[in-house]
Design a protein around this ligand. Structure first.
Ligand code: ZN
Length: 317
């Protein structure tokens, strides 16, 4: 049996009860807020809105300097693929994007099975660009990234969208970035800190792709003190942007920390990850909010949680 299943059973009962109730109510007053399948006309209207707005804004320079009808042609290439939870906007071949949408759906269900949440939010938006160049224009003109940084990313996600260019839909980076979106919108958690946001994405990515265990190497790191104490770790505003240059190590450690929190059998952390996720909603980013969240959920200080983490691997404090 999966170690976190008992906790999930509790949270399902907690969440699904109100969810069903909400569905009943929604039939009358809240119908507009519940996701439903959009018809052709509605999809076309969404596309037009995008073509006039965001897509015009990100038009590559070589297209923008062409005549209006050439620009229109470029804009008309964009289509939308609708799946149960996603609207995928794309200028890549619609058939390959359908496969992409299928992968996103599988990932979505995978996350929801492990960390249940109410499934009544609106469609998640994804942009799958045909080329990396198109994606880079989107990063710079829509997401406000520096061009040099944009070129180093293979995808990014926030509460509003997940954007990438066409690549294998089961690639680790697709799983990682799209899980950020599900955590934001599905679980409703957009704060806490980089340690949590990256940790849960790394954890899901490794579990889902089977490319390495989330906890690999952590025991050795904890034993040899090659890690940041939680007080320092949770204060990092960006794990990757760590001024000491341990970005990749931080990612591994964050995934291992989530693995410990989700799967340990040690009290008082055992079986409480679902409660942690519920408490994490609306918590801002930072060390102090993280400290309060850990205290509220487990009754532990950060050094106490860290001590337990070592104990989880059979290490002495
Ligand atoms: Zn990430």
């Amino acid at each position: 049996m999966h170690p976190i299943l008992p906790a999930l059973a509790t949270v399902s009962a907690l969440l699904l009860g109100p969810a069903l109730e909400a569905q009943e109510k929604s039939k009358t007053s809240e119908a507009a807020h519940v996701r439903r399948e959009l018809d052709k006309k509605e999809l076309e209207a969404r596309l037009d809105e995008l073509r006039d707005g965001l897509l015009t804004k990100m038009m590559p320079a070589n297209i923008a300097k062409k005549r209006k009808n050439e620009q229109k042609k470029w804009l008309r290439k964009f289509q939308v693929v609708q799946s149960e939870h996603y609207l995928v906007y794309t200028n890549a071949a619609a058939n390959s994007v359908k496969k992409f949408a299928k992968s996103l759906e599988e990932m979505y269900e995978y996350i929801r099975e492990r960390f249940p949440f109410e499934d009544k939010h609106e469609h998640l938006t994804a942009f799958i660009f045909r080329t990396k160049d198109d994606y880079t224009e989107f990063c710079v003109n829509i997401s406000g990234m520096e061009r040099s940084r944009a070129k180093k990313t293979a995808g990014h996600a926030n509460g509003r969208y997940y954007a990438t260019y066409y690549q294998s839909p089961t690639a680790a980076t697709v799983v990682h970035e799209s899980s950020h979106q599900v955590v934001y919108r599905g679980l409703g958690i957009n704060g806490v800190g980089s340690w949590f946001q990256e940790g849960i994405a790394v954890y899901i990515e490794k579990q889902y792709t089977g490319e390495g265990k989330p906890s690999a190497g952590m025991k050795g790191a904890l034993r040899s003190e090659r890690y940041y104490p939680l007080e320092k770790f949770m204060a990092l505003s960006s794990l990757l942007g760590d001024p000491e240059g341990n970005g990749h190590r931080n990612y591994d450690h964050s995934g291992a920390l989530i693995d410990f929190m989700a799967n340990t059998k040690l009290e008082p952390v055992a079986g409480k990850f679902s409660e942690f996720l519920l408490n994490a909603r609306g918590v801002p980013r930072g060390l102090e909010p993280s400290r309060r969240l850990i205290k509220e959920t487990y009754g532990l200080s950060l050094p106490e949680l860290e001590g337990l983490w070592k104990q989880h691997y059979g290490l002495k404090n």
